[in-house]
Structures are given as structure tokens and as C-alpha cells.
Write a protein that binds this ligand. Structure first.
Ligand code: NDP
Length: 297
């Protein structure tokens, strides 16, 4: 089998178009959606992500308030910034770009965000509500984006065996909670593998849907993929490549060419899950603004 590509760029553009329509309706009702973006330190990847998010917001009609600080900032100062954004009536979503520089507690900062503005879905209240099946909870953007990619590709999840590799708080763990939900676009039988899993290939080969989020380039080889599986590669890794102008290329956690020989559908890196993360963040932000404007359906 040679897989068809799940085009994350195209699906994300559709979602961003839908967000723009909803943002316009909010603005017409007197509530211009606003996202507060906090960036601390000079991590180059974080700067790129924040720049992309700010640009995507502008295109969708979402106002942004960027707060940029160097890594000398204290925990108390950072918490005060979050408090200020919590209080700002023009801000409906707050994003603190992770990772934070050493010495700052991500846990405390994430927990300080008003759950009603927690569009990244990392606050324990939102994670708890989501796990309990409360559909009003914000879902973390990356796993929510994966679910949306699967849904818009028309892949049946109900009753399917979904194997997730990775159990981080931002991807693998919430991904498993989402796919277990009693809803038509989930209802899956879920297995979660991680670094202590024995015989990873024996587990991944069971996956009718295989979602990989480990951060190890091309860990999942073709022979670890079930024939006909739907493969979603969340990984984004820089791999040295002197033949490229930048000296590196981006690789996923799945060996794409090999896996595509066996899968029915597969995402590429880049152009798969990455664009969905931003689209879902925007969608959560506009949803928050709709709540404020009394427009939520
Ligand atoms: P983490 O490092 O937080 O978690 C990695 C997970 O993979 C852990 O659960 C770890 O197990 C598991 N793991 C590591 N090595 C192995 C192995 N050899 N076999 C099996 N499991 C293993 O990473 P994230 O979840 O934050 O990110 C994962 C990847 O996804 C990265 O490449 C990241 O860049 C990418 N990413 C992409 C996003 C996007 O928008 N496209 C957004 C977020 C992340 P254990 O728990 O036992 O340590």
C-alpha cells in the first residue's frame, strides 16, 4: 500500500478561514477576540513560533498583545504579567510560550492563568474537565489538532485501536484522554507507549491509528507500522544535513518513506500536525471570545 497524504496545511487553512468568519461575528457583536502572548528569553524556536502565531492571529482578525521579556525576569514578575492579562477584558486567551528559561516554574505559571482564558488547555482545571468528558473545557492545541486532522480525513475512530507513542503532558497524555472520550470522533480503544515500553514495534503494529510524539527522529520504522494504518507524526526534529542551505532538515518521529509504504494515510513533517497546532489555538481563542460575546453555539 502507498499512503495518501493528510495535508495539515490545507486543513489548517480551512480552520483558520472558519475562525476568521467567527472572529468577524464577534467583532460585530462588540467583542474583538484578543490573545495575550508571553515570550520569555531568547530561544530561537520559541521566537519563530510566537511570530507565526501573531501573524496567524492578525490574518484571522484576532488582536494580540505581546509581552516579551528577557530571561532575567523573576517568577513573581512573570506571575504579575499573567495576572494583568487575566484582568484585561480585551484578552480572551493567554498563551505563555514554553519552555520557560531555567529557574522559572512552568507549572506555577500555567496554573496561574484564568482557566476561562487558558486557550492552550494546559491548566489542571481544563485538563481535569476534559478528562471527565466536559466538552466546554479547552483542549490542548496539538492533540486537538490531531483529532481534527483525523476527523476531517473521514477516518473512523469509533472502536478503532489507537496506539499513541509518548505520554507528555502537552501531547501524548491529553491525546489519550481525547481519543477515549465518548464522542463520535473518538470512542477509540487506546494504548499509550513510552520509553519504558517493551518491544515497541509489537505495540505500534497493533495500531489502526498510530500517533507518534516522542521527539526522536524517525524512531518508528516502516516495519513498526500496521498494514493500512493511519499514521500521524507529531514529531518535529532538526537533523544535521550539510546538503541543505541551513545545514539541517526537519524530520518527524516516523521514517516517512518506509511508513508510507504500509500506511493508508500519513502526515508529513513539515506540513502535517504543525500547522494544526496554531489553527486550534486560534479556534480556542475565538471560542473564548464567543463566550464573552454570548455567541457560543
Ligand atoms: P517530551 O519529550 O515531553 O515527551 C516525549 C515522550 O516520548 C515521553 O513520554 C517519552 O517517554 C517518550 N519517548 C522518548 N523516547 C522514546 C523511545 N525511544 N521509545 C518510546 N517512547 C519514547 O516531548 P513532547 O511530547 O513535548 O514532543 C514530542 C515531539 O512532538 C517532539 O518532536 C516535539 O518537537 C513535537 N511537538 C510538535 C508539536 C507540533 O505542533 N507539531 C507540538 C508539540 C510537540 P517517557 O515519558 O518514558 O520519558
Amino acid at each position: 500500500m502507498t499512503a495518501r497524504i493528510i495535508d495539515g496545511k490545507k486543513i489548517a487553512a480551512e480552520i483558520r478561514g472558519e475562525v476568521a468568519v467567527r472572529a468577524k461575528a464577534c467583532a460585530e457583536a462588540g467583542v474583538v477576540p484578543g490573545l495575550g502572548v508571553v515570550l520569555v528569553g531568547d530561544d530561537p524556536a520559541s521566537r519563530v513560533y510566537v511570530g507565526m502565531k501573531t501573524k496567524a492571529c492578525a490574518e484571522a482578525g484576532i488582536r494580540t498583545r505581546d509581552v516579551i521579556r528577557n530571561s532575567e525576569i523573576s517568577q513573581a514578575e512573570l506571575l504579575a504579567i499573567v495576572d494583568d492579562l487575566n484582568e484585561d477584558p480585551g484578552i480572551h486567551g493567554i498563551l505563555v510560550q514554553l519552555p520557560l528559561p531555567r529557574g522559572l516554574s512552568e507549572h506555577e505559571v500555567t496554573g496561574r492563568i484564568d482557566p476561562a482564558k487558558d486557550v492552550d488547555g494546559f491548566h489542571p482545571v481544563n485538563q481535569g474537565r476534559m478528562t471527565q468528558g466536559d466538552s466546554s473545557a479547552f483542549r490542548p492545541a496539538t492533540p486537538a489538532g490531531v483529532q481534527e486532522l483525523i476527523r476531517r480525513t473521514g477516518v473512523e475512530t469509533s472502536g478503532a485501536h489507537v496506539v499513541i507513542v509518548g505520554r507528555s503532558n502537552i501531547v501524548g497524555m491529553p491525546m489519550s484522554a481525547i481519543m477515549l472520550q465518548k464522542e463520535p470522533t473518538a470512542n477509540a480503544t487506546v494504548t499509550v507507549a513510552h520509553s519504558r515500553t517493551r518491544d515497541l514495534g509489537a505495540i505500534t503494529r497493533q495500531g489502526e491509528i498510530l500517533i507518534v510524539a516522542v521527539g526522536v527522529p524517525e524512531l518508528v520504522r516502516g516495519d513498526m507500522v500496521r498494514e493500512g494504518a493511519v499514521v500521524i507524526d507529531v514529531g518535529v526534529n532538526r537533523v544535521e544535513d550539510p546538503s541543505r542551505p541551513k545545514g539541517y532538515r526537519l524530520a518527524g518521529d516516523v521514517a516517512f518513506e518506509e511508513a508510507a509504504e504500509r500506511a493508508s494515510w500519513i502526515t508529513a513533517v513539515p506540513g502535517g500536525v504543525g500547522p494544526m497546532t496554531i489553527a486550534m489555538l486560534l479556534r480556542n481563542t475565538v471560542r473564548s471570545a464567543e463566550r464573552m460575546a454570548g455567541l457560543e453555539s
